[in-house]
Design a protein around this ligand. Structure first.
Ligand SMILES: NC(=O)c1ccc[n+]([C@@H]2O[C@H](COP(=O)([O-])OP(=O)(O)OC[C@H]3O[C@@H](n4cnc5c(N)ncnc54)[C@H](OP(=O)(O)O)[C@@H]3O)[C@@H](O)[C@H]2O)c1
Ligand SMILES: [Zn+2]
Length: 352
């Protein structure tokens, strides 16, 4: 067991700003409060939130140095007071969200609307470290046979895509879907949920390079559109014979917002859970009312969403694609790959 006077490596920062501010830290192993366990981290995946966290989320960070990592998996190294049902040696992943369990939303099973909603890696230090202290309520058991890399790559992106497509947009098998941002962590799990779980009729996806277009074709996207080469709204309109799609899942925002609306049939649904390219795009209100569109937001997952989503990962129905793994010491290459948009699927830190 790691003692509290021991130190560990973590990848974090002392100051907000560009990703060059990331550094390899030598910090104390976290203390374990009552109700928490100490997890020896074996794998931790990158999410776009880790870039937002260093670049702009200074109002969330409780103390410096701060290290992110909302998705991680490993082995329980120590169990704090009053923790029941978990033992040293258990293989675990993390529910990246932290909720109060008591407010009206938590009581209604809508944990991602919690009054005190918080996320590992934004409001609380995460798993870009050798050890992490985790409240027992945030632990998820990882079945034997599931690799730590997979367990660390899955929760945030699969839970988010599951909620957006199944719980919020209520997508049906006979419907057509466009995923904008389909190569990203969330996007590529949305593609797999759409094809393997929902079984949508025709699936459209956007990307920005030929290499990533190949990745999407192999993943099962019927029509891949490179939006750097052509206007994706016109293309989808043509491909659907002027009918439009039933739903668009947009994880990008920015300049993709209005074109996403233009691809929808009358009565279509536009669901968003991210604004990677900008949160304040122009909009087109006439499209919303003339086509009678439903614009809906979705954030993370409820406990039920996550349980179902991870069930599909554990049984192999869907699988996060791990493009590349890095040691903690290779943090610069890892964050640069994501920031330069060279990534598809997931990037993962692995620890021995
Ligand atoms: N609401 C929630 O609970 C929640 C949960 C998870 C994630 N998110 C948000 O969802 C978004 C996606 O997260 P992620 O972790 O899946 O990100 P990611 O893996 O970095 O993927 C983002 C994808 O968006 C596309 N993209 C288009 N325009 C972009 C631009 N200007 N800058 C960067 N990427 C651009 C890129 O693909 P192409 O180059 O192929 O277009 C990229 O692969 C982020 O904004 C994240 O904060 C929200
Ligand atoms: Zn709550």
């Amino acid at each position: 067991m790691a003692g509290t006077d021991e130190t560990m490596q973590a990848v974090g920062f002392h100051e907000h700003g560009p990703i060059e501010n990331f550094e390899l830290l030598d910090v104390p192993v976290p203390e374990v409060d009552a109700g928490e366990v100490l997890v020896e981290v074996r794998a931790a995946s990158l999410n776009h939130q880790d870039l937002f966290a260093i670049r702009e989320l200074d109002h969330y960070v409780p103390e410096y140095p701060f290290w992110g990592g909302g998705d991680f998996a490993g082995v329980i190294d120590a169990v704090g007071e009053s923790v029941e049902g978990w033992s040293v040696g258990d293989r675990v992943a993390i529910d990246p969200t932290i909720t109060c369990g008591e407010c009206r939303f938590c009581e209604a099973g809508e944990q991602s609307m919690c009054d005190e909603y918080a996320v590992f890696g934004e409001h609380r230090k995460g798993g870009f470290a050798e050890y992490a202290a985790v409240p027992a309520g945030s632990l998820v058991a990882v079945p034997d046979g599931v690799a730590f890399e997979t367990a660390a790559a899955a929760p945030m992106v699969t839970g988010t895509a599951f909620r957006a497509l199944l719980t919020r947009a209520d997508l049906e098998p006979y419907e057509d879907l466009l995923v904008v941002g389909a190569t990203g962590g969330v996007g590529h799990m949305a593609v797999q949920l759409a094809t393997e779980v929902i079984g949508v009729d025709t699936l459209y996806g956007t990307t920005s390079t030929e290499e990533k277009a190949d990745f999407l074709r192999e993943l099962g996207v019927d029509h891949v559109i490179d939006y750097t080469e052509e206007d994706f709204a016109s293309r989808v309109w043509d491909l659907t014979g002027g009918d439009g799609v039933d739903a668009v899942y947009n994880t990008v925002g920015g300049e993709t917002w209005v074109p996403s609306m233009r691809t929808l049939r009358p009565g279509g649904r536009l669901v968003t859970s991210g604004a990677t390219a900008g949160p304040n795009p122009e909009t087109e209100i006439r499209l919303v009312f003339v086509r009678q569109l439903d614009v809906m937001g979705s954030t993370a997952h409820s406990s039920t969403d996550l349980r179902h989503a991870l069930g599909y990962v554990w049984d192999g129905t869907v699988e996060p694609v791990i493009q590349e793994t890095f040691s903690l010491a290779e943090y610069d290459a890892a964050f640069r790959t994501m920031a330069d948009r060279e990534a598809y699927g997931k990037l993962v830190f692995t620890l021995d």
